[in-house]
Design a protein around this ligand. Structure first.
Ligand SMILES: Cc1cc2nc3c(=O)[nH]c(=O)nc-3n(C[C@H](O)[C@H](O)[C@H](O)COP(=O)(O)OP(=O)(O)OC[C@H]3O[C@@H](n4cnc5c(N)ncnc54)[C@H](O)[C@@H]3O)c2cc1C
Ligand SMILES: NC(=O)c1ccc[n+]([C@@H]2O[C@H](COP(=O)([O-])OP(=O)(O)OC[C@H]3O[C@@H](n4cnc5c(N)ncnc54)[C@H](OP(=O)(O)O)[C@@H]3O)[C@@H](O)[C@H]2O)c1
Length: 422
């Protein structure tokens, strides 16, 4: 990597850096896994990360009680198993320590506090221009432009929180937060809390609130698939993966729904209407993740978590629901999900949709044109990210090695020509 130009212009200090390998945007599990694959192949790279640490989603934007929902063998990154002493479902702290060991083991050192503002392919030179604002070294932010042949997008499906607009929320007056800022129910003791959303976050935040003697009401505006995390001591996910080897998706869905009915009973009578499409088909077509129940259902059955329909409007200390019921509440937690931020910085419209997800579905969404790659957008969590990362690292390494060999041959030929002139 060579800095090619110096100090300031205008308000920002400005630098231009040539990278002899790919630039990877994002130091979450996906970016780290690509970095590890490239290290193993001897390919140099730069990872740019907006936060001041690796895996910032896990370190800064998740609640304390979070555990991996899938058994550990489905969550480990390539070439580095989880420690044996880790439980079947590692805690978020164990996962973070695993990722730190991963980065250390493969000697991966991202550039922290560098926010990628834009990335554009320069057709004339056949290179990517990646512009960042760096806030690390001083109070004055500096602009850096990285120039490279390959760009790996690893900014995640959950890069930004989704904050829907609600009528009257500005007049509510109570505490409103997104689930990404929720840590624990400790400060909600005795409070009436409206949890908006019933995905895995909404369910688990509601459960945590109950465990801290708060009174959550959970908004279910449409439908949701709730599945048991385990069936007869075996992970439901693992069971689904095994069945998918032999059966079509719709049939696996039928079996999962039958097992869920046997284990969980009829959840619709508690207000948890099931979608028309089965859980795996829904995930495949719309990216909507089923909820794996880890205790919230029991609290719903016992009435400790109240299930309520969609929101009509907020007013001072109150929410009115679509069934005209009015609830008095102290706080609102928006467990309304996340979105990709790729469209805000990647100047490209062939490979990614306007929602910032590759247009080609899994397993073909990792490679675009002109040296563009994507990792971690498969809607298959960490296992999908690992598969992408291996494909991307191998592909780049193959081209990089070929080109490096070619360059060496050209330099050697030039050298021979120079010598022959003397
Ligand atoms: C609460 C929660 C729990 C989850 N639990 C599980 C689970 O148990 N199992 C599972 O498989 N999946 C789980 N997921 C999904 C999870 O997001 C992924 O599995 C995993 O974090 C994806 O890794 P990633 O590297 O692709 O994305 P991320 O972990 O989101 O990492 C992306 C990185 O890119 C950085 N970045 C973003 N934009 C920029 C920019 N413009 N410039 C520079 N850097 C940028 C971010 O700061 C971040 O560090 C969970 C998600 C959430 C929200
Ligand atoms: N331990 C774990 O493994 C774990 C824990 C938490 C999260 N996660 C993962 O993290 C990702 C994000 O999960 P998430 O639960 O945060 O988000 P999510 O799955 O996208 O769920 C968002 C929820 O918010 C609701 N919603 C959105 N806008 C709304 C509005 N205006 N009014 C009412 N409801 C609204 C949605 O309802 P509709 O369905 O009607 O749109 C949905 O129920 C998922 O992949 C999930 O599996 C994993």
């Amino acid at each position: 990597m060579f800095p090619t130009s110096g100090p300031t212009h205008g308000f920002f200090a400005h630098r231009c850096v040539w990278v002899n390998g790919p630039v990877i945007v994002g130091a979450g599990p996906s970016g780290l896994a690509v970095g590890a694959g490239l290290k193993r192949q001897g390919v140099p790279f730069v990872i740019l990360e907006r936060a001041n640490c690796i895996a910032s989603l896990w370190q800064n934007r998740t609640y304390d009680r979070l555990k991996l929902h899938l058994p550990k063998q489905f969550c480990q990154l390539p070439d580095f198993p989880f420690p044996e002493e880790f439980p079947e479902y590692p805690t978020k702290y164990q996962f973070i320590s695993y990722l730190a060991s991963y980065a250390k083991h493969f000697d991966i050192n991202p550039h922290f506090n560098e926010i990628v503002q834009s990335a554009k392919y320069d057709e004339t030179f056949g290179l990517w221009r990646v512009k960042t604002i760096s806030t690390s070294s001083s109070d004055i932010p500096s602009e850096v432009e990285y120039i490279c042949k390959w760009l790996v997008v690893a900014t995640g499906e959950n890069a930004e929180k989704v904050l829907p607009e609600f009528e009257g929320l500005q007049d509510f007056g109570g505490h409103v937060m997104h689930a990404c800022d929720y840590k624990s129910g400790e400060s909600f003791h005795g409070k009436r809390v409206l949890v908006v959303g019933c995905g895995n976050s909404g369910m688990e935040v509601s459960l945590d609130l109950c465990n801290h003697n708060a009174s959550p009401s959970m908004v279910v505006r449409s439908s949701v698939h709730v599945l048991p995390r385990e069936v007869l001591g075996r992970s439901t996910f693992e069971l689904a993966v095994t069945m998918m080897k032999w059966l079509p998706l719709w049939m696996v869905d039928k079996v999962l729904l039958l097992l869920s009915r046997l284990i969980l009973g009829n959840v619709e009578k508690y207000g948890l209407k099931r979608p028309c499409l089965g859980p795996l088909q829904l995930k495949d077509t719309q990216g909507k993740t089923p909820v794996l129940d880890i205790g919230a259902l029991e609290k719903i059955r016992s009435g400790k978590i109240k299930v309520v329909p969609g929101i009509k409007r907020f007013s001072s200390g109150k929410v009115e629901l679509v069934n005209s019921e009015i609830l008095e509440i102290d706080s609102v937690i928006l467990a309304t999900g996340y979105r990709s931020n790729v469209p805000s910085w990647l100047k490209e419209n062939e490979f990614f949709t306007e929602d910032g997800i590759p247009k080609n579905p899994f397993p073909n969404g990792w490679k675009g044109n002109a040296g563009l790659y994507a990792v971690g957008f498969t809607r298959r969590g960490l296992s999908g990210a690992s598969l992408d990362a291996m494909s991307v690292a191998l592909d780049i390494a193959k081209i990089w090695k070929e080109e490096t060999k070619q360059k060496k041959k050209t330099v050697a030929a030039r050298h021979r020509r120079c010598i022959s002139h003397f």
